[in-house]
Write a protein that binds this ligand. Structure first.
Ligand SMILES: *Cc1c(COP(=O)(O)O)cnc(C)c1O
Length: 515
């Protein structure tokens, strides 16, 4: 098979495509440059007889090198590419920690309303009063659901929200003359963004070991606290899918030591409408709108990570924010007093605000609580069904919104967690999260969310049980050779991430064509 410059098989044969995906209906997709070519245009344009260009020195000196394709060719290319991807719209996506829930089409419809979809961030505020009101309502819902005093809507991801919340904590410590506090406590089970955020702000990370049951011990926190500690970053429910039973005691100990409690709220979907984190003593917490309140995500965006803040941190909330004024709502864009200034350009992800508020209003407060409870119920159903055949690191205790297993049950089979996950692809499921959290050996983290019906959960569990039985029966190749039915087999993911080839190189294709 010939390879193109990107190391992918090139299209060959009469149809122009080599069908190597295992399905004639899912041909291998060539690059746009291999379908069309740079010498032709996809549309018929009349010849022009203009001999002098008015572009002067701005005229392009080198060819643009864009492949000319007809509209159907371009359309088919992108539709075919989209079919190579698994999505929540095509099947269950049990990726733990990521909360791949159904994205209601109503949200999309609302986000596309011209009054939201077509506005510009630099429009005069008198012309976008509805959009400002939506932002204010969203802020109100977030503060009410969390029982907090302020919210900064603008961060564009969970990780960005962490940065924003921790900057507020840093500013508050400095304002108190406590700028010498340079340590942040982070439990071992934390998402990688937590220590990364702390380190990015110049803090030293002090790790807190997990207890044998997967939760954080208040005594371990007390032992790590001291006059050098600025904050703790604690996820609740934590990344093992467990509600931290001592969270209130931990908050009290942290405050007593003069530190702040940053809560990673990415798992808020498990407790929204049921528990208000403000009641647990948190000072700052980001909420992943794209996880908890739906919105397609996973392909790099868009995300939105608003941060709620306690009364102590409220004065440091960044701009812009919406405020009532004489003539309606105003957008406060300039720093007043102690606030941090801006953390993003403009006003953040407006489309996500619309989707999140639509999700909230269409569920209502009671509906959000029901969604959280259903997410927890679904995860416990999976845990209960798989428990006998799989190994649960923290025993039989119920979980929150995700079920965690380790690779103990695969011992001696020659099958790894990675192999197991790859075999799941051949059965039509996106793999669960693997090897995270790090505190569990060969972790498999399964998050069904509230969206999946019982039939789908049962089919998933049947497949999982069948795979576990097969691994134990010694049918190793079903795993080590997997995926066999996917458009691509095993990829060198590290190389793809470390040295991606993102540009098409004309010369190489030409030289290959000459071979
Ligand atoms: C997803 C997640 C994050 C990061 O959120 P992004 O929007 O991906 O930046 C942080 N912590 C936890 C526990 C998460 O699950």
């Amino acid at each position: 098979m010939s390879m193109n410059t990107q190391g992918r098989p090139t299209g060959i044969g009469a149809s122009g495509f080599a069908s190597t995906s295992g399905s004639a209906l899912l041909p291998n997709e060539p690059l746009l440059f291999e379908i069309g070519d740079v010498e032709h245009s996809g549309v018929d344009l009349p010849d022009v007889d203009i001999d002098s260009s008015r572009l002067g020195g701005f005229a392009r000196q080198t060819p643009l090198d864009l492949a000319g394709l007809t509209e159907p060719e371009a359309m088919r290319h992108y539709v075919r590419l989209s079919r190579l991807n698994h999505s929540i719209d095509s099947g269950m996506y049990p990726l733990g920690s990521c909360t791949m829930k159904h994205n209601p089409r109503l949200n999309e419809k609302m986000a596309r309303l011209p009054g939201f979809g077509d506005i510009h961030p630099l429009q005069p505020v008198s012309t976008v009063q509805g959009a400002l009101e939506l932002m204010q309502q969203l802020a109100h819902w977030l503060m009410t659901l969390t029982n907090t005093t302020a919210v900064c809507l603008t961060p564009k991801a969970g990780a960005h929200g962490e940065l924003c919340g921790m900057m507020a904590i840093q500013a508050a410590q400095r304002a108190r003359g406590q700028g010498h506090r340079t340590v942040v406590l982070v439990p071992e089970s934390a998402h990688g963004t937590n220590p990364a955020t702390a380190a990015f702000l110049g803090y030293t990370v002090r790790s807190i070991a997990a207890r044998a049951d997967g939760t954080v011990d208040v005594e371990a926190v007390k032992a790590a606290l001291g006059p050098d500690v600025a904050a703790i970053m604690l996820t609740n429910p934590n990344t093992c899918g467990l509600f931290e039973p001592q969270v209130i005691e931990i908050a009290a100990a942290v405050h007593k030591a003069g530190a702040f409690f940053y809560c990673d709220g990415a798992n808020f979907n498990a407790i929204m409408g049921v528990v208000r984190p403000g009641d647990l003593g948190i000072d700052a917490m980001h909420i992943n709108l794209h996880k908890t309140f739906s919105t397609p995500h996973g392909g790099g965006g868009p995300g939105a990570g608003p941060v709620v803040l306690s009364a102590t941190l409220a004065p440091f909330a960044p701009v812009p924010f919406v405020r009532k004024a004489h003539a309606g709502l105003e957008l406060v864009e300039h720093s007043e007093g102690e606030n941090l200034g801006r953390i993003t350009a403009f006003q953040g992800q407006m489309g996500m605000y619309v989707r999140a508020l639509t999700y909230m209003l269409s569920h209502g407060g009671d509906g959000l609580a029901q969604a959280a409870k259903d997410a927890v119920l679904n995860a416990n159903y999976i845990k209960a069904r798989l428990q006998g055949a799989f190994s649960a690191p923290f025993g039989d205790q119920p979980c929150m919104h995700e079920a965690l297993f380790d690779d103990h049950f695969l011992e001696g089979t020659g099958v790894t967690t990675l192999d197991f996950a790859k075999a799941l692809i051949d059965e039509g499921f996106h793999p669960m999260t693997m090897y995270f959290p790090l505190v569990v050996h060969g972790a498999m983290l399964i998050e069904p969310t509230e969206s999946e019906p019982k039939q789908t959960l049962d089919r998933f569990c049947d497949v999982m049980l069948d795979l576990a039985a097969d691994a134990k029966a010694g049918n190793v190749t079903r795993f080590t050779a997997a995926p066999m039915k996917a458009p691509r087999r095993r990829l060198d993911e590290t190389r793809a991430a470390r040295s991606p080839k993102l540009t098409w190189e004309r010369e190489l294709v030409v030289s290959q064509a000459a071979e």
